[in-house]
Design a protein around this ligand. Structure first.
Ligand code: BES
Ligand code: ZN
Ligand code: ZN
Length: 497
């Protein structure tokens, strides 16, 4: 997919399809009043005005009108009121535009999206959204039927009004890199667990990062044993698939400061619950329990390709969580890398067990800030649904800064408190810590557990148990979302500047 940013008048544009958005404000009492649309309407012999009169074009964000034309067809996308148009609208509108165009068989098109003036990363996000909209998971689908060949997008033009076209082109290149990284994460999440074992995840990470200059290390069982990661090992104990501990380093020669950021992602390639077995209904969804890992690997490759001037280390503990004769049993006591003993009261609370050692590893690496990302608790899905990621942390300034970035990338996020009082729910009679905190405040007690392993390092935890998966097509197609890849890249970029 070739993407090019251009400037110029619409009439000179050479494309089989122009995709343009319009606002409720562009129409007044069933008459087009916006100058540009009036001009366009003349080019199309009044067809736009006609669709306004037929009430097809009213500006609602769900509405769209397609005007086929021999020379250049037109796809008009309703965008609501201009004053309400935000970055999430930009993203879903763009994704919708490319999907519609593709369904009509167009392989080339031009986008002219209006109303972007106040958006920070507009061209980058627009480009990223083209990749998200164009994405489909068909690794396991047979050959497309002959009468319905698959449409492959060749080239897209983005029409920009900015005066700095070079800058826009650079932002489009950034968006391409991020978009491809999101697609990588989506692919990994959508793969079923038999095609995404810890070994395959590590291989895919190696493959995908080969185009970057990341330094990749894959630690095996014996390495993890020698580092005393008893907590991580206890989760892997029940599985026949060997565990992998994936470390990705981005250490550029030019750096703007002395920060070293650790991104830590939960990589449970399938979560059966272990001996505390999950109910069978919808258990297949637990193939997505490595979405945190996918986000970290995707973001690390993008960070490296963009050569952001800051040191970043990506850490992914990867394993299955299975019941077997070797599996950890409820009540077992295990010891994490930092010496903390943990009573495993529920083997289904495995994410925090693998993250505990990964966080210790980040501390040992002398990370100056740690972000972990995990499909950690069903409680977070109950609280925030599929729409919003939960964030908790030990450093309010850090939380605020990250939330601010998510605001500019259109990935919704909301903070939950980490008051000390919640730590009491994790008391164990026989060990330093229990791995579950009772019925209430499940997302908070999970984060409280993690906090015990970050020492005093500024840290934030992201619970993506709801946002990693889209049940319906919206901005993302159904399935894995690759959530947080873009926020990570933009956040790291801001930290580096
Ligand atoms: N992977 C699950 C969390 C999850 C639930 C992710 C739903 C996506 C959708 C996690 O390992 C888990 O099982 N958590 C338990 C913790 C409980 C035993 C304290 C949960 O949330 O029920
Ligand atoms: Zn679990
Ligand atoms: Zn899990």
């Amino acid at each position: 997919m070739k993407i090019e940013v251009i400037r110029g008048a619409l009439e000179d544009l050479n494309t089989p399809l122009l995709i343009i958005n319009y606002f409720k404000d562009d129409i007044d009492k069933q008459i087009i009043k916006d100058k540009l649309l009036v001009k366009l309407d003349q080019d199309y012999d009044g067809l736009i005005q006609q669709s306004v009169e037929r009430m097809e074009m009213r500006g609602e964000s769900s509405s769209s009108v397609f005007i086929p034309e021999k020379n250049r067809s037109l796809l008009l996308l309703g965008s609501g009121k201009l004053k309400d148009f935000d970055v999430e609208d930009l993203k879903s509108l763009t994704a919708k535009g490319i999907r519609r165009a593709k369904s009509k068989g167009f392989t080339q098109m031009a986008f002219y999206i209006r109303g972007l003036e106040d958006m920070t990363h507009r061209i980058s996000l627009l480009t990223e959204s083209l990749y998200v909209g164009n994405y489909s998971f068909d690794l396991f689908k047979g050959k497309p039927e002959e009468d319905k060949p698959k449409t492959v997008i060749e080239s897209i033009q983005i029409i920009s009004e900015s005066t700095d076209l070079k800058m826009d082109q650079r932002m489009a290149e950034e968006g391409e890199i991020i978009g491809q990284s999101i697609n990588f994460a989506q692919d990994m999440i959508n793969r079923p667990a038999n095609h995404c074992t810890p070994t395959i995840l590590a291989e895919q990470a190696r493959d995908f990062s080969s185009k970057s200059s990341l330094e990749l290390t894959i630690l095996e069982q014996k390495d993890v044993e020698s580092m005393n990661m008893g907590s991580f090992l206890s989760v892997a104990a029940g599985s026949k698939e060997p565990l992998k501990f994936i470390v990705m380093r981005h250490n550029p020669s030019t750096k703007t400061g002395t920060e070293k950021i650790a991104l830590v992602g939960k990589g449970v390639t399938f979560d059966t619950g272990g001996i505390s077995l999950k109910p069978s209904a919808n258990m297949h969804e637990m193939k997505g329990d490595m979405s945190g890992a996918a986000a970290v690997i995707g973001a690390m490759v993008a960070i490296s390709m963009l050569n952001l001037p800051i040191e970043v280390i990506g850490i992914v503990p990867a394993t299955e969580n299975m019941p077997s004769g070797n599996a950890t049993k409820p009540g077992d006591i295990v010891k994490a890398m930092n010496g903390t003993t943990i009573e495993v009261l529920n083997t289904d609370a495995e994410g925090r067990l693998i993250l505990a050692d990964a966080l210790c590893y980040a501390v040992k690496e002398k990370a100056t800030r740690i972000i972990d990302v995990a499909t950690l608790t069903g409680a977070c899905v109950v609280a925030l649904g599929e729409i919003t990621t939960g964030v908790l942390g030990n450093d309010q300034d850090f939380v605020n800064r990250f939330m601010e970035t998510c605001h500019t990338t259109g990935e919704k996020i909301w903070q939950l408190p980490l008051f000390k009082k919640y730590h009491e729910q994790l008391k164990s009679d026989v060990a330093d810590l229990a791995n579950i905190g009772g019925k209430y405040a499940g997302t908070i007690t999970a984060a409280s557990f993690l906090e015990k392993f970050v020492d005093k390092t500024p840290w934030i935890h992201l619970d993506i148990a709801g946002t990693n998966w889209a049940s319906n097509e919206n901005y993302h197609s159904k399935g894995g979302t690759g959530i947080k890849v873009t926020s990570f890249v933009h956040f790291i970029k801001e930290l580096a500047s």
